[in-house]
Ligand binder design. Sequence first.
Ligand code: PLP
Length: 218
Amino acid sequence: MSIAENLRQVLSTIPPKVSLVAVSKTKPEEDLLAAYNAGQRIFGENKIQEMTRKQESLPKDIEWHMIGHVQSNKVKYMAPYVNLIHGVDREKLLKEINKQAAKNNRVIDCLLQMHIAQEETKFGLDASELEQIIKNALAGAYPNVRLVGLMGMATFIPDQKQIRAEFTQLKQHFDNTANQLEQCSVLSMGMSGDYLIAIEEGSTMIRVGSKIFGERNY
Ligand SMILES: *Cc1c(COP(=O)(O)O)cnc(C)c1O
Protein backbone atom coordinates (compact mmCIF):
# COMPACT_ATOMS: atom_id res chain seq x y z
CA MET A 1 0.00 0.00 0.00
CA SER A 2 1.10 3.55 -0.64
CA ILE A 3 1.70 6.15 2.08
CA ALA A 4 -1.52 7.94 1.05
CA GLU A 5 -3.50 4.71 1.34
CA ASN A 6 -1.95 3.88 4.71
CA LEU A 7 -2.81 7.36 5.95
CA ARG A 8 -6.44 7.06 4.82
CA GLN A 9 -6.64 3.62 6.43
CA VAL A 10 -5.43 4.97 9.81
CA LEU A 11 -7.72 8.02 9.59
CA SER A 12 -10.71 5.78 8.86
CA THR A 13 -10.20 4.02 12.22
CA ILE A 14 -10.05 7.10 14.46
CA PRO A 15 -12.77 9.53 15.57
CA PRO A 16 -12.53 13.02 13.99
CA LYS A 17 -11.83 14.66 17.36
CA VAL A 18 -8.59 12.68 17.78
CA SER A 19 -5.65 14.32 16.03
CA LEU A 20 -3.05 12.35 14.17
CA VAL A 21 0.66 13.08 14.37
CA ALA A 22 2.38 11.37 11.44
CA VAL A 23 5.71 10.22 12.89
CA SER A 24 8.19 10.66 10.06
CA LYS A 25 11.52 10.20 11.89
CA THR A 26 14.26 8.64 9.69
CA LYS A 27 12.03 8.97 6.59
CA PRO A 28 13.06 11.04 3.55
CA GLU A 29 11.34 14.31 2.61
CA GLU A 30 9.57 12.66 -0.34
CA ASP A 31 7.69 10.38 2.08
CA LEU A 32 6.54 13.36 4.13
CA LEU A 33 5.42 15.09 0.92
CA ALA A 34 3.39 12.04 -0.06
CA ALA A 35 1.52 12.28 3.26
CA TYR A 36 1.27 16.07 2.91
CA ASN A 37 -0.26 15.76 -0.55
CA ALA A 38 -2.80 13.34 0.92
CA GLY A 39 -3.81 16.08 3.39
CA GLN A 40 -1.63 15.42 6.45
CA ARG A 41 -0.35 18.59 8.16
CA ILE A 42 1.06 17.44 11.52
CA PHE A 43 4.42 15.64 11.52
CA GLY A 44 6.37 14.26 14.47
CA GLU A 45 10.15 13.93 14.63
CA ASN A 46 12.46 12.82 17.43
CA LYS A 47 15.75 14.52 16.44
CA ILE A 48 15.98 18.30 16.42
CA GLN A 49 18.54 18.55 13.61
CA GLU A 50 16.57 16.24 11.35
CA MET A 51 13.31 18.09 12.08
CA THR A 52 14.94 21.47 11.37
CA ARG A 53 16.35 20.27 8.05
CA LYS A 54 12.90 19.01 7.00
CA GLN A 55 11.18 22.16 8.28
CA GLU A 56 13.44 24.30 6.10
CA SER A 57 12.73 22.40 2.89
CA LEU A 58 9.06 21.39 3.24
CA PRO A 59 5.85 23.49 2.96
CA LYS A 60 5.45 26.17 5.59
CA ASP A 61 1.94 25.20 6.69
CA ILE A 62 3.23 21.99 8.29
CA GLU A 63 2.93 21.77 12.08
CA TRP A 64 6.11 20.32 13.59
CA HIS A 65 5.91 18.26 16.77
CA MET A 66 9.01 17.20 18.70
CA ILE A 67 8.13 13.80 20.14
CA GLY A 68 11.57 12.60 21.26
CA HIS A 69 13.81 13.10 24.24
CA VAL A 70 15.11 16.67 24.14
CA GLN A 71 18.59 17.81 25.16
CA SER A 72 18.43 21.25 26.75
CA ASN A 73 21.31 22.63 24.66
CA LYS A 74 19.41 21.92 21.41
CA VAL A 75 16.13 23.66 22.28
CA LYS A 76 17.36 26.85 20.62
CA TYR A 77 17.37 25.24 17.17
CA MET A 78 13.64 24.45 17.20
CA ALA A 79 12.39 27.36 19.33
CA PRO A 80 11.70 29.61 16.28
CA TYR A 81 9.19 27.24 14.69
CA VAL A 82 8.22 24.17 16.75
CA ASN A 83 4.43 23.84 17.32
CA LEU A 84 4.32 21.31 20.15
CA ILE A 85 7.00 19.67 22.31
CA HIS A 86 5.65 16.34 23.61
CA GLY A 87 8.55 15.11 25.73
CA VAL A 88 8.98 17.60 28.58
CA ASP A 89 10.26 15.18 31.21
CA ARG A 90 12.13 17.45 33.63
CA GLU A 91 11.68 20.93 35.00
CA LYS A 92 15.14 22.04 33.86
CA LEU A 93 14.05 21.46 30.27
CA LEU A 94 10.90 23.51 30.81
CA LYS A 95 13.06 26.40 32.05
CA GLU A 96 15.19 26.24 28.93
CA ILE A 97 12.15 26.09 26.61
CA ASN A 98 10.69 29.11 28.41
CA LYS A 99 13.96 31.01 27.96
CA GLN A 100 14.34 30.17 24.25
CA ALA A 101 10.66 30.92 23.58
CA ALA A 102 11.08 34.36 25.16
CA LYS A 103 14.12 35.05 22.96
CA ASN A 104 11.93 34.32 19.94
CA ASN A 105 8.97 36.33 21.26
CA ARG A 106 6.90 33.17 21.30
CA VAL A 107 4.78 31.12 23.64
CA ILE A 108 5.56 27.45 22.97
CA ASP A 109 2.98 24.72 23.59
CA CYS A 110 4.33 21.78 25.61
CA LEU A 111 3.15 18.45 26.94
CA LEU A 112 4.49 17.01 30.17
CA GLN A 113 5.73 13.45 29.65
CA MET A 114 4.70 11.03 32.39
CA HIS A 115 6.52 7.80 33.15
CA ILE A 116 3.81 5.12 32.94
CA ALA A 117 5.68 2.11 31.54
CA GLN A 118 7.32 -0.65 33.53
CA GLU A 119 10.55 -0.17 31.61
CA GLU A 120 13.17 1.94 33.38
CA THR A 121 14.44 3.07 29.99
CA LYS A 122 11.45 5.24 29.19
CA PHE A 123 11.61 8.87 30.21
CA GLY A 124 9.02 10.77 32.18
CA LEU A 125 7.88 12.50 35.34
CA ASP A 126 6.37 10.85 38.39
CA ALA A 127 3.27 12.20 40.13
CA SER A 128 5.15 14.38 42.62
CA GLU A 129 7.34 15.96 39.92
CA LEU A 130 4.17 16.68 37.94
CA GLU A 131 2.58 18.40 40.94
CA GLN A 132 5.68 20.53 41.47
CA ILE A 133 5.70 21.72 37.86
CA ILE A 134 1.96 22.52 37.93
CA LYS A 135 2.48 24.51 41.13
CA ASN A 136 5.35 26.54 39.64
CA ALA A 137 3.47 27.08 36.38
CA LEU A 138 0.43 28.36 38.29
CA ALA A 139 2.73 30.71 40.18
CA GLY A 140 3.81 32.21 36.85
CA ALA A 141 7.26 30.66 36.47
CA TYR A 142 6.86 29.91 32.75
CA PRO A 143 5.17 32.81 30.95
CA ASN A 144 6.49 31.74 27.53
CA VAL A 145 5.28 28.17 27.80
CA ARG A 146 1.71 26.91 27.56
CA LEU A 147 1.25 23.55 29.25
CA VAL A 148 -1.49 22.11 27.05
CA GLY A 149 -1.49 18.51 28.22
CA LEU A 150 0.28 15.25 28.96
CA MET A 151 2.08 12.58 26.96
CA GLY A 152 3.12 9.02 27.76
CA MET A 153 4.36 5.79 26.25
CA ALA A 154 3.12 2.38 27.34
CA THR A 155 5.41 -0.58 27.90
CA PHE A 156 6.40 -2.24 24.62
CA ILE A 157 4.79 -5.62 25.23
CA PRO A 158 1.99 -7.72 23.71
CA ASP A 159 0.02 -7.77 27.00
CA GLN A 160 -2.98 -5.59 26.11
CA LYS A 161 -4.28 -5.55 29.69
CA GLN A 162 -1.02 -4.07 30.94
CA ILE A 163 -0.98 -1.47 28.16
CA ARG A 164 -4.58 -0.49 28.91
CA ALA A 165 -3.83 -0.16 32.63
CA GLU A 166 -0.92 2.18 31.87
CA PHE A 167 -3.12 4.35 29.64
CA THR A 168 -5.82 4.44 32.33
CA GLN A 169 -3.23 5.68 34.79
CA LEU A 170 -2.09 8.41 32.38
CA LYS A 171 -5.72 9.48 31.82
CA GLN A 172 -6.11 9.91 35.60
CA HIS A 173 -3.04 12.17 35.71
CA PHE A 174 -4.50 14.06 32.77
CA ASP A 175 -7.90 14.63 34.42
CA ASN A 176 -6.18 15.73 37.60
CA THR A 177 -3.96 18.17 35.68
CA ALA A 178 -6.92 19.51 33.65
CA ASN A 179 -8.67 20.34 36.93
CA GLN A 180 -5.78 22.62 37.82
CA LEU A 181 -4.71 24.06 34.45
CA GLU A 182 -7.57 25.25 32.30
CA GLN A 183 -5.54 25.13 29.05
CA CYS A 184 -4.81 21.42 29.58
CA SER A 185 -6.70 19.68 26.77
CA VAL A 186 -4.30 17.38 24.93
CA LEU A 187 -3.61 13.78 25.91
CA SER A 188 -0.93 12.38 23.60
CA MET A 189 -0.96 8.60 23.86
CA GLY A 190 -0.99 5.73 21.40
CA MET A 191 1.39 4.56 18.63
CA SER A 192 1.01 2.16 15.67
CA GLY A 193 0.62 -0.91 17.86
CA ASP A 194 -1.64 0.46 20.59
CA TYR A 195 -3.51 3.55 19.39
CA LEU A 196 -6.93 1.91 19.34
CA ILE A 197 -6.59 1.00 23.03
CA ALA A 198 -5.28 4.51 23.74
CA ILE A 199 -8.32 6.12 22.11
CA GLU A 200 -10.67 3.92 24.12
CA GLU A 201 -8.84 5.13 27.23
CA GLY A 202 -9.25 8.81 26.35
CA SER A 203 -6.40 9.79 24.03
CA THR A 204 -6.95 13.00 22.03
CA MET A 205 -3.73 12.77 19.99
CA ILE A 206 -2.01 9.70 18.58
CA ARG A 207 1.54 9.43 17.23
CA VAL A 208 1.67 6.94 14.38
CA GLY A 209 4.78 6.17 12.33
CA SER A 210 5.29 2.69 10.91
CA LYS A 211 1.59 2.15 10.10
CA ILE A 212 1.81 5.12 7.73
CA PHE A 213 5.40 5.15 6.47
CA GLY A 214 6.39 1.49 6.86
CA GLU A 215 9.05 -0.02 9.09
CA ARG A 216 12.08 2.14 9.87
CA ASN A 217 15.68 1.18 9.04
CA TYR A 218 18.01 2.72 11.54
C1 PLP B 1 8.75 6.47 17.02
C2 PLP B 1 7.74 6.99 17.96
C3 PLP B 1 6.36 6.85 17.71
C4 PLP B 1 5.80 6.10 16.51
O1 PLP B 1 6.05 4.74 16.60
P1 PLP B 1 5.33 3.68 15.61
O2 PLP B 1 5.32 2.43 16.39
O3 PLP B 1 6.19 3.62 14.39
O4 PLP B 1 3.98 4.20 15.32
C5 PLP B 1 5.48 7.42 18.61
N1 PLP B 1 5.90 8.07 19.69
C6 PLP B 1 7.21 8.24 19.96
C7 PLP B 1 7.59 9.00 21.18
C8 PLP B 1 8.16 7.70 19.11
O5 PLP B 1 9.47 7.86 19.41
